[in-house]
Design a protein around this ligand. Structure first.
Ligand code: PEP
Ligand code: MG
Length: 446
């Protein structure tokens, strides 16, 4: 999809020249601009000046799509999946982008302009106040400490994680290294990227997720066949285990980088113990190759599982015996538990981590990890949700991994609760029957 977007960029540029239409550069956009595009690509974000672009509206993408991940990392209010936005909104039109509610307000009234100006000021005030949490340990009101990591997509993001006061990286989405290009990155290119990220983190943990493609993450040059059911298809660890050369070169690159910092490997979309075993066997093979060539790596590198499928939740007890750590990917776990496509707004009403089924899944995964004494984090968006935080504390989550701009807010939200208070909340919530009840109650207490 990303390459297709780039090809479309070029096509549109050529048509623009033929028609004598002037090209507009994102980097030239004046202050107060709302960027309205079909989709947001990594190449576009490079041109965005945060002081000038005040909002983003896209026609495609869902809350957890790559467009959303990119917009969140930029810390610019964004509303995605607004059909017809590019044709219906015109240049110089005054609009309001409410990223919190997902609303785009056209022709706003005087009252709406005042309301949103006040909201924006309150938001900026809150951001200034959050600065008091910078440099603090992440701890509950009773002093129990947690790890607060960041999700990143590029080595440059590692610098943003450090600036944001993240205590490490809980998810490096390596597929961004595979996008915006025409062929696979080489082992050396990947090694450079992982090493660079690790050096920026100066010894803080860096959890690198191996290639996660398919579903809503396409890489056109891999030539993946069109599937009836891409979310249930040939993707992520499944694809990697069948394309061993490519997979091994990524693993070797990660291992080589592990000589330069605290690097851990994480496999996405695990659904069966064999997949973890096969992946670990490949790590051992890659280690043997490196050893034979006299190349340094961390012999004790930790290999973890991203628990993001219903199957991995159900067999979390078995996986916990063979994995060094878990990280709960609620973006997918919610979709796979609810059988609700995370990108399909028609079933969006089912897609909530506060569904009793998803909460039971999360609690089970955390308990299974605790029973085997392995660390368990969460790198899905739910980790930054203030309503989820007391539940996660109660269930026993040890690490939260969130987008860089959320770090201080999450640290503040964690600091509000003692374990005992969180337990009382969780006990009530876990006795509730519907998502509506759960959300209404949690909204009333946060
Ligand atoms: C997840 O599934 O929760 C996750 C963090 O990974 P991604 O959003 O990249 O699928
Ligand atoms: Mg996922």
């Amino acid at each position: 999809m990303q390459r297709a977007a780039d090809v479309r960029d070029i096509r549109d540029g050529v048509i623009g020249i033929l028609l004598g239409v002037q090209e507009v550069k994102i980097s030239d956009a004046p202050a107060g601009t709302v960027l309205v595009v079909k989709e947001l690509t990594p190449s576009m974000t490079a041109g965005i000046k945060k002081e000038n672009i005040v909002g983003i509206v896209t026609e495609t993408g869902s809350q957890t799509s790559h467009s959303a991940i990119l917009a969140r990392a930029l810390e610019i209010p964004a509303v995605l999946s607004v059909q017809g936005a590019v044709t219906q909104l015109s240049t110089d039109e005054l609009i309001i982008v409410d990223g919190a509610k997902g609303d785009v307000i056209t022709a706003p009234s005087e009252e709406q302009i005042t309301e949103y100006t006040n909201k924006r000021e309150a938001f900026l005030r809150e951001r200034r106040e959050l600065e008091s949490f910078r440099g603090k340990v992440t701890a509950g009101a009773d002093g129990i400490e947690y790890e607060l990591f960041c999700n990143i997509g590029t080595p440059k993001d590692a610098a943003k994680a450090v600036e944001a006061d993240g205590e490490g990286v809980g998810l490096f989405r390596t597929e961004f290294l595979f996008m915006d290009r025409n062929q696979l990155p080489t082992e050396d290119e990947q090694f450079d990227a992982y090493k660079q990220a690790s050096l920026i983190l100066k010894g803080k943990p860096l959890i690198i997720r191996t290639l996660d493609i398919g579903g809503d993450k396409e890489i056109p040059y891999l030539g993946l066949a069109k599937e009836e059911n891409p979310f249930m298809g040939f993707r992520a660890i499944r694809y990697c285990l069948k394309n061993r050369d490519m997979f091994k070169s990524q693993i070797k690159a990660i291992l080589r980088a592990s000589a330069f910092g605290d690097i851990r490997i994480m496999f996405p979309l695990i659904t069966a113990v064999e997949e973890l075993r096969e992946g670990k066997a490949l790590v051992e093979e890659a280690k043997a190759d490196l050893k034979a060539s006299g190349i340094a790596y961390d012999e004790n590198i930790k290999v973890g599982v991203m628990t993001e499928t219903a199957a991995s939740g159900v067999i979390a007890d078995l996986l916990a015996k063979e994995a060094d750590f878990f990280s709960i990917g609620t973006n997918d776990l919610t979709g796979y538990t609810m059988a609700a496509d995370r990108g399909n707004s028609d079933v969006g009403y089912l897609y909530s981590p506060m569904q009793p089924s998803v909460l039971r899944m999360i609690r089970r995964i955390i308990r299974c990890a605790a029973a085997e004494n392995i660390p368990v984090g969460m790198c899905g968006e739910a980790a930054a949700n203030p309503m989820m935080i007391p539940l996660l504390i109660s269930f026993g989550l040890t690490e939260f991994s969130v987008s860089a701009p959320s770090v201080l807010r999450v640290r503040k939200n964690i600091s509000k609760w003692t374990k005992a208070e969180a337990d009382a909340i969780a006990e009530k919530v876990m006795a509730m029957t519907t998502e509506a009840e759960v959300t209404a109650y949690l909204e009333s207490i946060v």
